[in-house]
Design a protein around this ligand. Structure first.
Ligand code: NAD
Ligand code: DAU
Length: 366
């Protein structure tokens, strides 16, 4: 039977891709998003006119609104993707991370608890609250250390990861204390269409297309584990359908790369996909800039559990996923143009040097 799902943060990067995947499965979506700089209705253009996708602009901290939505729309599941998500912004200014990621998740959990209690027994049994989190809560790995497993200790190092860790603990506590059927997923770095170009992959793709420098923090040897966004969305769907309440599932691409390897791979793909560009070879645009404070050295996810217990595995390879991603940015100049105004420009100037030549990026000193 089709489900009604309340998705929070559904106008952001992963949220908009998740909502599209769920509509393809014919699940009804109530999409609650406050539309911060990262939320964008253009991300939902493909659903214009779809009566089974209802968008509501609002805050997960607004208890009255969330309560009304739950009572009025009667969802079978809530998937919480609303968040402040960028590590550099959390270093610049942690307040909104505390507000949305911690306080927001708390308010949402409280309203979900009330709603869940009011459901008839069979629906209460089937209801799910999926809290979408990150591998960054586990901290940083040494070069030879085994990948993070679900029981790895939490050791968050940035205001972002600390706020996500706090929200994970709340989701876990609502299961253990109140019985609310919460599930938590901790995923590695995503890439794909509609990602805001403050994050590594889209920033590098768009700068390279425009012939701008590609700013690599520190020595470029920090390692991230990459996953194509649709594979993440498929994993979230699987956890809602088959996951065991109270449990955590790690999600990752088994695709560890240094940032330098990632950027070089993107440059090589761009050389091949836009061979007539005057910026070929794009790797000549690579520039080393000051490191991120407290920069975690390595993340790697062991996703054996979700594979063994729920049967999920990633479908895209790094190359096939990055190729699709680059093609999307090439095919969507209107989206890129709309993003490259106001808030985004201000952030780039603050982060990589206000008043300096935009072509010589450096991290602005904090
Ligand atoms: P994003 O920044 O692109 O999107 C976040 C969305 O949440 C935006 O649309 C924003 O408007 C909305 N939002 C923010 N505050 C809100 C509030 N108070 N009320 C309602 N909506 C609000 O983020 P993303 O990259 O899509 O990440 C989504 C979730 O997945 C986050 O929880 C993040 O921690 C997690 N995650 C992301 C990645 C990644 O690589 N991007 C990897 C693992 C986990
Ligand atoms: O691991 C999952 C996390 O991945 C998510 O929880 C976060 O929401 C998401 O933003 C991402 O965090 P990272 O900090 O790993 O992503 P980001 O794209 O900001 O950076 C990836 C790596 O690239 C990191 O080591 C920093 C580096 N970097 C980033 C930027 C923006 C650069 O070298 N230069 C840059 O300009």
């Amino acid at each position: 039977m089709n489900k009604t799902i309340l998705v929070t943060g559904g106008a952001g990067f992963i949220g908009s891709n998740f909502v599209s995947c769920e509509r393809q499965r014919n699940n009804r979506i109530i999409n609650l998003d406050i539309l911060t700089y990262a939320g964008n209705l253009l991300n939902l253009e493909q659903l214009n006119g779809d009566p089974d996708h209802v968008f509501i602009q609002g805050d997960i901290r607004d208890r009255e609104l969330v309560g009304k939505l739950l009572k009025g729309r009667q969802p079978d599941a809530v998937v919480n993707l609303a968040a402040e998500s960028h590590v550099d912004r959390s270093i610049d200014s942690p307040e909104s991370f505390i507000q949305t990621n911690i306080i927001g998740t708390y308010h949402l959990l409280e309203e979900v608890r009330e709603y869940w209690k009011s459901l008839p027994a069979e629906r209460r049994e089937q209801f799910r609250f999926l809290h979408v989190s990150t591998d960054e809560v586990y901290g940083s790995l040494g070069p030879q250390a085994p990948a993070f497993i679900e029981s790895s200790p939490y050791a968050p190092n940035s205001p972002y990861s600390a706020s996500k860790a706090a929200s994970d603990h709340l989701a876990r506590a609502y299961f253990h204390t109140f019985g609310v059927p919460t599930l938590i997923t901790n995923c590695s770095n995503n890439y794909g269409p509609r990602q805001f170009p403050e994050k590594l992959a889209p920033l590098m793709i768009l700068n390279a297309i425009e012939g701008k420098p590609l700013p690599i923090y520190g020595d470029g040897l920090n390692v991230r584990d990459w996953l194509y966004v649709d594979d993440h969305c498929e994993a979230l769907h699987t956890v809602v359908e088959k996951g065991k309440p109270g449990e955590t599932y790690n999600i990752g691409g088994r695709c560890e790369k240094t940032n330098l390897e990632t950027v070089n791979a993107l440059c090589a793909l761009l050389d091949e996909m836009i061979p007539t560009s005057r910026h070929v070879p794009h790797c000549s645009l690579i520039t080393f800039v000051e490191d991120r404070p407290g920069h975690d050295r390595r993340y790697a996810i062991d996703c054996s559990r979700i594979r063994a217990e729920l049967g999920w595995r990633a479908k895209e390879t790094f190359e096939s996923g990055m190729r699709k991603t680059i093609q999307w940015y090439l095919d969507n100049p209107a989206w890129v143009h709309s993003i490259k105004t106001g808030a985004y420009r201000e952030w780039m100037l603050r982060q990589y040097g206000a008043g300096k030549n935009e072509d010589t990026p450096q991290r602005a000193s904090k």
